[in-house]
Design a protein around this ligand. Sequence first.
Ligand code: TYD
Length: 240
Amino acid sequence: MGGFKRTSFLTRSLIPDRNSGKNEPTGLPRMHRLKKGVLIVFEGVDGAGKSTQARLLYERLTKAQFEAELSKEPTEGTWGKKLRKLIKEGRGDVGPQEELEWFIKDRFQHVEEIIKPGLEKNKIIILDRYYFSTIAYQGALGVDPREIEKRNGEFAPEPNLLFLIEIPPGAGIKRIKESRGKETDSFERESYLLRVSQIFHSLEKPFIYRLSGEESVQKLSDQTWEITTAHLKEHNLIER
Ligand code: TYD
């Protein structure tokens, strides 16, 4: 299990001096170059705040002259679009196993077209949801989480860092209702999301950092920034 470590002492030197580009021949600030690609994943139950945090980390890294890309699942591809429709309009007669196949097809395309090429170019790839969502959400529909993990492990690279944003049961649903005015939530949906959070909570991987979604947006963003920059430094990943 990851656990959040305080690492602020490592990060200060990574934050570029805003004027550092002034002496470059081009006048442009110099981009950092990494020795290899880094995959960073944000996961959490609906309403935990992961999309906001994924975007903030992307913006901070880009501002600090790292080459980063932000992407999400389900994607905007053919399978991703089908999945969004299914999630929005209801599952109809699509069973959990078939739904799992759609998520895997969508992810396969995502890995081939975005994730692997980006990592090969030594970029930082930030994902708003990845296969841990499949383990939790399709697992909560009754598919064996170990089978889901195995299927994904056959083609999807493991993340270097996974930020799991956790909130108490019910809090996410409350937030969705308040902030998006979504009239979603039946009792059935609430108990489904509770099972999803329980599976997320039970995940144990050395790259998982559990963060409290009840912290302020700014504090969470500072935490993901510190952990990310410390990771780059500890693994000596910055070429320049
Ligand atoms: P998302 O777009 O992140 O929803 P939101 O921005 O509203 O939080 O995800 C859409 C839904 O897709 C979400 O309810 C979780 C679900 N999902 C799965 O069930 N399995 C998966 O593998 C993924 C990636 C998402």
